[in-house]
Design a protein around this ligand. Structure first.
Ligand code: AHM
Ligand code: MG
Length: 341
């Protein structure tokens, strides 16, 4: 179905993927098929997430429905859908997920998987928000493997710095469902028309405003924050120039970053006295968000170093995370650097 508004025809995600395939430096169609699979899985997860309010009717996680099927937690469901979609089509050679302790090798039906890409993902981030009807999201990060094609995938294929990502994106299951992604040539956002199950290009070439007025951080942890972060918060609250800024924190990474990307703002999950590396995971939360934010003219760092330059050493490693429009992140880094040892 074609969608027109003010005589303008909106492109579907499927059309966009095909038309922009040449944008990608190793254009073989493989990456396009991969994004297409993510699009399909996203629609299935979206359908399920939107049924979450019917939990009293359909049964809570752990219970059995009238067909004798055990109801699953939505994050487990989302994980299975993404893994199934990517493995059934043999579109990648390996998957790393927040929900799986170890990497998953996708060997293919006859053990001859010649695919070049690995995917890292957080299938349903912020899932503790589902019960209260707050937006959640899926985050994904894509790399070319570095070990030889046709051999079993290795941990080193996943432990690459974020600057090696060939694509990254997120899906936000919100008031409307959007898929936002980049292949390193800017960021584009697609909104799902749930009536017909099609994503349309609603936000072409997304860029974050140069100046923001929103800061997003869990201030409940204030006493445990590093002094640089405490000083930055006080700076945001000061009555001077265009300040005080507005505090907005949903506690759902995809939603907080998405809002700040569109409106201008900074998201911070710093180290705390209790968690010296912060809470968020480098490989499937911070790196993909950092690539998107940089591609949208923003900035992402640990407070002291560019996120995309961090060399990972563990699949589930955590890292302090500052991301948003460049001027606000630079300002926070300035405060952080004052206390650098
Ligand atoms: P999760 O992967 O267990 O869902 O945790 C990640 C979430 C992010 O979406 C969110 O930004 C952060 O945790 C909120 O943490 P907190 O409740 O400590 O503020
Ligand atoms: Mg998560």
């Amino acid at each position: 179905m074609e969608v027109y508004m003010n005589n303008k025809r909106f492109q579907t995600l499927g059309e966009f993927i095909i038309e922009n395939q040449a944008d990608f430096q190793y254009s073989t169609g493989e990456l396009s098929r991969l994004i297409n699979s993510i699009r399909l899985a996203a629609k299935t997860v979206n359908h399920e997430v939107n049924k979450a309010g019917l939990v009293d009717i359909l049964g809570a996680a752990g219970s059995t429905n009238k067909h004798g099927e055990k109801q699953q937690k939505l994050d487990v469901f989302a994980n299975e859908i993404f893994i199934q979609t990517l493995t059934n089509r043999e579109i990648v050679c390996g998957i790393g997920s927040e929900e799986n302790e170890d990497i998953i090798e996708v060997s293919g039906a006859d053990n001859s998987n010649l695919n070049k890409y690995v995917v890292l993902m957080d299938p349903l981030d912020g899932s503790s928000n589902i019960d209260v009807n707050v937006s959640v999201g899926t985050i994904f990060s894509i790399y070319r493997r570095i070990t030889p094609v046709g051999t079993p995938v290795q941990m080193e294929d996943f432990l690459q710095p974020g600057k090696n990502q060939v694509a990254a994106g997120y899906i936000i299951y919100g008031t409307s469902t959007m898929l936002v992604y980049t292949v390193g040539k800017g960021v584009n956002g697609f909104t799902l028309n749930p009536a017909i199950g099609t994503f349309y290009l609603s936000h072409p070439n997304m860029t974050t405003p140069p100046n923001g007025k929103i800061y997003s951080i869990n201030e409940g942890n204030y006493v445990h924050f590093p002094q640089g972060v405490k000083d930055f918060i006080k700076y945001c609250q000061e009555e001077k120039d265009d300040r005080p800024y507005t505090s907005r924190y949903i506690g759902s990474l995809v939603s907080d970053v998405h809002r700040n990307l569109l409106k201008g703002g900074i998201y911070i999950y710093p180290s705390t006295a209790k968690s010296p590396n912060g809470k968020l995971r480098l490989l499937y939360e911070c790196n993909p968000m950092a690539m998107i934010v940089e591609q949208a003219n923003g900035r992402a760092s640990t407070g002291l170093q560019r996120i995309l330059d961090v060399k990972p050493n563990q699949l589930h490693q955590r890292v302090p995370f500052f991301c948003g429009n460049s001027s606000m992140v630079e300002k926070a880094e300035e405060f952080m650097s004052r206390y650098k040892e």
